[in-house]
Design a protein around this ligand. Structure first.
Ligand SMILES: Cc1ncc(COP(=O)(O)O)c(C=O)c1O
Length: 426
């Protein structure tokens, strides 16, 4: 084995080739609004809100103060069995009240969306057992899907590069094409509805490349699930808490889901926290007076009080500054400002029009001829002062903080154009 350099950094990045990255990390040390600064003081416009989550923007002192106040009072206490804490109880009530789900119950997860997805997968199976139909165990998800990196999320994922290295971690998982409702119905028919527990669906595909739902798709998928008694789980880890110009994508698309997985925008990332929002009908066998059912699941840091206090302060801020309404107002601005990029020879398509969520897809032929083009564009854009990233190797992500201005959206488009021009040799 080759000896590694003694002076190599110890920090191992996610999703990175450390052989080439070590020593070249972009170390971010400060943030303010839509801007983050590296250790040399260089500013970058954060066009991706970190990983789709810095919705209220960086450097909001009131969220830090909420965490400080809660930590001084009670930093952490477990919530297994009888224990709870006031911020967790208040945040659960608040989330249940804004969620487009009747009789919602809220199960908090500590690590973010991946934990919420695992919790949803386990609860879907536990629900069918609890109602006396233990044969319903298969979970269906879609191509292009990203459901996080825990065991359920990895297996449910529809991005082969993320799943293939690890094999099948969770059994009884099936996939259908992301945009084909008939394929979902056919699969359920082949398996038998009495074997299918749940269908996981991002209302707008996110990390797979930002694909808004084709006209009618979500309504059809929802209807198929209802007719075959398959739980519809909306994965709103990206789309929850305002990113689509409504509190939830489930509300915007009238999904009436059985469960909603969330994280990210719940705290705008100021502390890690996820939440599984469970409809009253799925909670019922566990909550019904006299029931002996126990959902034997939970994490040491579930419903962490400091994280929940930050969640409450974050929702206060979003409401006070009317940021969900602001996203709805900026939706056409983002779409109209990015659309002209579709005319560039290196661009295949611009996908926008659902909230502050968009992608600029690199032309398939350009990618085929030059596989290094995407990563070079990301670097070129960053060197020009804007942070983006490559989704599924094909498209550049745009998902800015909700506090972005029209002028800053213009700056994103101009910077993308300049990097594309340079890559095209202009
Ligand atoms: C739709 C979706 N589900 C789940 C996750 C996983 O969330 P986390 O990385 O917070 O565990 C993500 C993360 O991007 C996501 O986009």
């Amino acid at each position: 084995m080759q000896r590694m350099e003694q002076d190599q950094p110890a920090f191992w990045n996610g999703f990175a080739n450390m052989a080439s990255l070590a020593g070249h990390a972009v170390t971010i040390e400060r943030g303010e609004g839509v801007t983050v600064f590296d250790t040399s003081g260089r500013p970058y416009l954060d066009a991706i809100a970190s990983l789709w989550y810095s919705n209220v923007g960086h450097g909001r002192a009131e969220l830090a103060e909420a965490a400080t106040a809660q930590m001084a009072r009670l930093a952490a206490y477990q919530t297994f069995e009888p224990f709870a804490n006031p911020p967790a109880e208040a945040l659960a009530r608040r989330v249940a009240d804004i969620a487009p789900v009747a009789g919602a119950k809220v199960f908090f997860t500590p690590g973010g969306g991946s934990d919420a997805v695992d919790t949803a997968g386990k609860l879907a199976r536990a629900y069918w057992r609890a109602v006396g139909r233990p044969g319903k165990q298969v979970i269906v998800s879609r191509s292009h899907a990203y459901h996080g990196m825990n065991a359920y999320g990895t297996t449910l994922g529809g991005i082969p590069a993320n799943t293939e290295p690890f094999g099948e971690l969770v059994t009884r998982v099936e996939h259908v094409p992301w945009d084909d409702a008939a394929a979902l119905e056919k699969l359920i028919g082949e398996l038998g509805a009495d074997r299918v527990a749940a269908f996981f669906c991002e209302p707008v595909v996110g990390a797979g490349g930002v694909y808004p739902p084709p006209e009618g798709y979500l309504e059809q998928a929802r209807d198929i699930c209802r007719r075959h008694e398959v739980l519809f789980v909306a994965d709103e880890v990206i789309t929850g808490f305002g990113r689509l110009g409504a509190w939830f994508g489930s509300g915007r698309f009238a999904l009436d889901p059985d469960m909603i997985t969330t994280a990210k925008g719940l705290t705008s990332g100021y502390l890690p926290l996820g939440a599984l929002i469970v409809s009253g009908r799925v909670a019922e066998p566990f909550w019904r007076p006299g029931s002996a059912e126990v959902f034997r699941h939970g994490y040491t840091y579930s419903a962490h009080p400091a994280a929940c206090a930050v969640g409450l302060a974050n929702l206060d801020l979003i409401e006070r500054e009317r940021l969900v309404e602001r996203v709805a107002e900026l939706e056409p601005v983002l779409a109209d400002t990015l659309k002209p990029l579709a005319g560039h020879e290196l661009v295949g398509e611009v996908r926008a029009g659902t909230g502050l969520l968009a992608a600029v897809e690199i032309a398939p032929q350009a990618r085929a001829e030059d596989p290094g083009l995407g990563p070079r564009l990301v670097t070129g854009i960053r060197e020009r002062g804007v942070i983006t990233r490559l989704l599924r190797g094909v498209a550049l992500q745009v998902s800015p903080p909700f506090v972005i201005t029209a002028a800053q959206i213009q700056q994103i488009a101009e910077t993308f154009a300049a990097a594309l021009d340079a890559a095209a040799g202009r």
